[in-house]
Design a protein around this ligand. Structure first.
Ligand code: MG
Ligand code: MG
Length: 248
């Protein structure tokens, strides 16, 4: 079942999205050589709780932290840790917050210190593929029009699209129907309608798209240990342009 949100529900989702965006802004400011991702986790939790919101990921399916912090070849679901970020690293931060029973979810990959142009290009391509996907999230389009736009952009840069993890509907639950792959032929799947709210989230790899999960049963890494980037926004489909609810 794919729900369509009322104006009141969208207002709650905007609030949740604003909290998530604020955490991203503060985290972006704090990331530097020597910062630990546990420090980022604490900062995120402080901001979310002070805003009167709830960390949406903490306890979700048993995940133990407020943010996912995935460094370098880690794709998603990395555990915040006391390891210091090093010059040239990239770190993907995924944040979820719940306000009045409604959820916002957004991710971004940040460079640490001086990052090579090749790696910055991966970040740029991944963010661009997210925005290409968002641009297709219009009433009347089909779900896979989003998927196809993301894939075309990322592969146009020579990168690969992770298959095993996908975007999702969001709202009263952190994960709702439908699933939104970041690959596929256009013109397939459900017809998009105003009031649907989606988390679009390309995970783009420099090498193979294949991934595996570490022994902690959470952290997903690339099979070839090459870098991966992740950008995500929660958006609402309207009768006009999509509304980004987690705009940083
Ligand atoms: Mg997320
Ligand atoms: Mg998500």
């Amino acid at each position: 079942m794919i729900s369509r949100k009322s104006e009141q529900e969208l207002a709650y989702m905007r609030e949740a999205g604003r909290v998530v965006a604020r955490v991203h802004r503060e985290i972006a400011r704090m990331i530097k050589v020597g910062t630990t991702t546990l420090e980022l986790n604490r900062l995120a939790e402080d901001i979310i709780i002070k805003a009167g919101a709830r960390p949406a990921f903490k306890g979700l399916y048993g995940f133990p932290y407020t943010i996912c912090a995935s460094v370098n070849e880690e794709v998603v679901h990395g555990f915040p840790s006391s390891r210091k970020l090093e010059n040239g690293d990239i770190v993907s931060i995924d944040i979820g917050a719940e306000v009045n029973g409604y959820f916002g979810d957004s991710a971004a990959t940040y460079p640490v210190g001086d990052v090579s142009p090749e790696v910055l290009n991966l970040l740029k391509a991944t963010e661009e593929s997210l925005y290409k996907g968002i641009a297709m999230a219009k009433a009347g389009n089909r779900l896979s029009d989003i998927s196809h736009a993301v894939q075309t952009c990322a592969e146009g840069y020579g990168y690969s699209v992770v298959r095993d993890y996908v975007g999702h509907g969001i709202g009263k639950q952190p994960h709702e129907d439908p699933q939104i792959p970041n690959f596929g032929k256009p013109g397939r799947g459900i017809r998009l309608k105003a009031g649907m709210t989606l988390a679009i989230e390309p995970m783009i790899n420099m090498g193979t798209y294949e991934v595996h999960t570490l022994l902690n049963n959470w952290t997903v890494v690339t099979l070839d240990a090459k870098l991966s980037a992740h950008f995500e926004h929660t958006i609402a489909i309207t009768d006009g342009k999509p509304e980004i609810l987690t705009k940083i």
